[in-house]
Write a protein that binds this ligand. Structure first.
Ligand SMILES: NC(=O)c1ccc[n+]([C@@H]2O[C@H](COP(=O)([O-])OP(=O)(O)OC[C@H]3O[C@@H](n4cnc5c(N)ncnc54)[C@H](OP(=O)(O)O)[C@@H]3O)[C@@H](O)[C@H]2O)c1
Length: 325
C-alpha cells in the first residue's frame, strides 16, 4: 500500500496526516514515480495554512521530490522504467509514489544523488532565476539577501558570490550569521535587532544595494525599499512573515525611481526550454563546485508535521529532506 501526507482542512502542522492512498496507473503523457526523497519548502507551509490554495481537499502537499520511474503511460518519450528523476513545483510530492506529467521531470546525472536533487531542485532553480533573470547580478554589485542561512538563501548567497557580488545577508541569529558567512556573505545583519536600511547604508558608503531579494515579506518590505540604491530592484519573492500589505506605486518615486517585482518559479519553469535552461545552469554550478548543497535536516516522510514545525519555528538551516524509503 502506498502512503502520502494529506490535509483534509487547512491549519497547523497537526493537519498533516499519513494516509494510505491509491496512486493508480499513468495516463497518456504521464509516468508513475516511486519517490526516494522529497523536498521541504516554505510554500508547503503556505498551502497547509491556507495562505496559498492547495486545491481540492483532501490534498497531498509537497512540491518537489526525487525518485525512480516505475511505469510509463502512452506517448511518453525520452524516459524509461528505472530512470532516476526529480522535479520542482508539482504539488503532490509528499507521497511514496505518484503520477506526474512526464514533461515535468528531469533525468538526474550520476553525479547528483536523490537526496541532493530533492534538496536543490526547487530552491536552486529559484536562486537561478532571481540571480540571472529577475535582476542580472553584475560583478561589484552590493546585494541584500534575506534568510541567508536558509534553503534558498544559502544557494543564492553562494552563487551571487561567484558572480562577483558583495553579499549582505540578513539572518535571525548569530549561529545563522556564521552559516551565512560560510555561504559567502561579506557582511551579515541580525535583522531581528538591527535596522536594515541604516546598516546597509553604512556598509555601502551611503549608496544602497542594487537588489534586495526579500523572502520575508510583510515584516521587511519597507526596509527593503529603503535599503535600495536609485533604480534598485526589490524582488519580493516570499512571505515567511506574512503577505506584504498593499502599497501605492507613488512611494517608489521619491525613494529613487525604484522597481518592485513579485516573481514566482512557476513562471520561470513554465516551458520545457525555461526549465532545461535553469537545470543546466544549476547542475553546472554544482559540478563546477560553485554551490555546496547543505542538507542540514532530514526526517522520515511520515514525520513531515515535525519538519513543518521546525521550519516555521526558524530552527532549520540550509535544505531539509523527507525520506520516503
Ligand atoms: N517566489 C518563488 O519562486 C519562491 C520559490 C521558492 C521559495 N520562495 C520563498 O523563499 C523563502 C525561503 O524558502 P525556503 O523553503 O528556503 O525556507 P527557509 O529560508 O529555509 O526558511 C524560512 C526562513 O525565513 C526566515 N523568517 C523570517 N521571518 C520568519 C517568520 N515570521 N517565520 C518563519 N521564518 C521566518 C527564517 O530565517 P531567519 O531566522 O534567518 O530570519 C526562516 O529560517 C520563503 O519565503 C519561500 O516562500 C519563493
Amino acid at each position: 500500500m502506498t502512503h502520502a501526507i494529506r490535509i483534509h482542512q487547512v491549519g497547523g502542522p497537526e493537519q498533516l496526516r499519513w494516509e494510505a492512498v491509491d496512486v493508480g496507473t499513468p495516463g497518456a503523457g504521464q509516468v508513475r514515480v516511486r519517490h526516494t526523497v522529497c523536498g521541504l519548502n516554505y510554500i508547503d507551509v503556505y498551502q497547509r495554512d491556507g495562505l496559498y490554495p492547495a486545491g481540492e481537499l483532501p490534498a497531498v502537499l509537497g512540491m518537489e521530490a526525487a525518485g525512480v520511474v516505475e511505469a510509463l503511460g502512452e506517448d511518453v518519450d525520452g524516459l524509461a522504467v528505472g530512470d532516476r528523476v526529480a522535479y520542482p513545483m508539482c504539488q503532490g510530492a509528499y507521497a511514496e509514489a505518484r503520477l506526474i506529467a512526464a514533461d515535468k521531470l528531469v533525468r538526474l546525472p550520476q553525479t547528483i544523488s536523490d537526496r541532493q536533487a530533492a534538496a536543490i531542485m526547487l530552491k536552486g532553480l529559484t536562486a537561478h532565476y532571481l540571480l540571472f533573470r529577475t535582476y542580472a547580478v553584475q560583478p561589484g554589485d552590493a546585494i541584500l539577501v534575506y534568510a541567508a542561512a536558509g534553503g534558498v538563501g544559502s544557494l543564492l548567497c553562494q552563487w551571487a558570490k561567484h558572480l562577483g557580488a558583495r553579499v549582505i545577508g540578513c539572518v535571525g541569529s548569530e549561529a545563522k550569521a556564521d552559516i551565512a558567512r560560510d555561504n559567502g556573505c561579506d557582511h551579515t545583519i541580525l535583522y531581528r535587532n538591527e535596522d536594515i536600511p541604516s546598516r546597509v547604508r553604512e556598509l555601502t558608503d551611503g549608496e544602497g544595494v542594487a537588489v534586495a531579494y526579500d523572502s520575508v515579506g510583510k515584516d521587511t518590505f519597507m526596509a527593503s525599499l529603503d535599503a535600495l540604491r536609485p533604480f534598485g530592484v526589490l524582488a519580493s519573492y516570499g512571505n515567511a512573515s506574512g503577505k506584504v500589505e498593499p502599497f501605492s506605486p507613488a512611494i517608489l518615486a521619491p525613494k529613487g525611481s525604484l522597481y518592485v517585482t513579485r516573481p514566482t518559479l512557476a513562471t520561470h519553469i513554465a516551458t520545457r526550454a525555461l526549465l532545461e535552461e535553469g537545470v543546466t545552469r544549476l547542475f553546472g554550478a554544482i559540478s563546477d563546485g560553485k554551490l555546496h548543497i547543505q542538507i542540514n535536516q532530514s526526517y522520515a516522510l511520515a514525520d513531515t508535521a515535525m519538519a513543518h514545525r521546525d521550519l516555521e519555528a526558524r530552527k532549520t538551516t540550509g535544505s531539509t529532506v523527507l525520506l520516503a524509503e
